[in-house]
Design a protein around this ligand. Sequence first.
Ligand code: XLS
Ligand code: CA
Ligand code: CA
Length: 440
Amino acid sequence: MEKFFKDFPKIIYEGPRSKNPLSFKYYNPEEVILGKAMKDHLRFAVAFWHTIRNEGTDPFGLPVMDRPWMKYSDVMDQSFAKIDAVFEFCEKLGVEYFTFHDRDIAPEGEKPRKSNEILDKVVDHIKEHMKSSNVKLLWGTANLTAHPRYAQGAATSPDANVFAYAAAQVKKAMEVTKKLGGLGYVFWGGREGYETLLNTDMELELNNYARFLKMASEYAKKIGFKGILMIEPKPKEPTKHQYDFDSAHVLGFLKIHGLWDDFKLNIEANHATLAGHTFSHELRFARIHGKLASIDANQGDLLLGWDTDQFPINIYETSLAMYEVLKSGGLDCGLNFDAKVRRSSYDLEDLFYAHIAAMDAFAVGLKVAARLLEDGVLEEFLRERYSSYSNGVGKDIVEGRIDFEGLEKYVLDKPSNFKPNSGKQEYLERVINDYLLSVE
Ligand code: XLS
Ligand code: CA
Ligand code: CA
């Protein structure tokens, strides 16, 4: 078996003062934080489509990255080499999980039956690697966006034949995910949306989307898949409007269609900002509803209006993200680097630099969030800010013991110029900076 990363050392923790760019300064996998090893809090995953498949093409440019595992002319040889590459890369990096779409790992055949056979061969190759490796599957998914038959959607296609193709593809992808012991399965509705309402039966499409998801959830139960089924919100791109717009849309959709207990959420940072929210907002909304299952860890560029899928290096963001994760009691799955190196970062070593930077950024985030929680600074502030709901009229409101008439009576003879205490935003922002600046 060809070794693709033989020129690189195993990446290890060397501490903040190390000058070695191929080492972790903060990610110390076995270090225990709040009673759990860092690696178990974070459960990092390498995304197959970006790290292994991406060759740096964009709408204006040809491939620019020489990836030795892509050089094989025989498609099956290439598929096996890509699997060899992901295992070798994860092992070098000390990342224990990866994620994939069915079509990332295996090409499509001339009929779905043939596609399934090809996929099975590649899955057997993955299983072989898993026998001697620590590397596991975080989650699997099906690519329902690339093939021309999905140009107008998959489960929300105007054509019932396409619905059937998509169902068959997801059925197989779920079987394969189960076979590989995936912790979850992701549904991302990339083309489940519309370009114009003029040609769209929105009511039928939404109902069909719900029917599709119900069938998927029933099939998961039928085959005994124990992983978490997740929907990944994204507001737009490739379509103008996507039905799984953001956490709130998706959770509302699940409620309306009786799917609440069947799905949780996989939140991606870049999709949050595309929806006009912060990453923390999406995590918070998922978390307070008990629906935060996994994270696609990346970041966007606020000056660009599309999904740039950059490696997450902003420690302010990773700290607030890990705060939500800890408050949620951890993730069912983990942190998947749905991120790609920039087109001009075409060396193999850039793949290492990118992942190392991102892993360190989340390790810092974890440390900061753990200290914030231990010290209870934000909790204490919130307790104080909302204290009027713990007694008196506030308690009556919260416990449903008072109505409009009672509330009118309560305020009628109070001075009109009432004003609550200051929100102290700048004070809190400085507190966060203090924690960031004192991380070790
Ligand atoms: C695309 C999505 C996609 C999902 C998996 O924007 O992020 O990659 O994570 O289908
Ligand atoms: Ca994603
Ligand atoms: Ca994305």
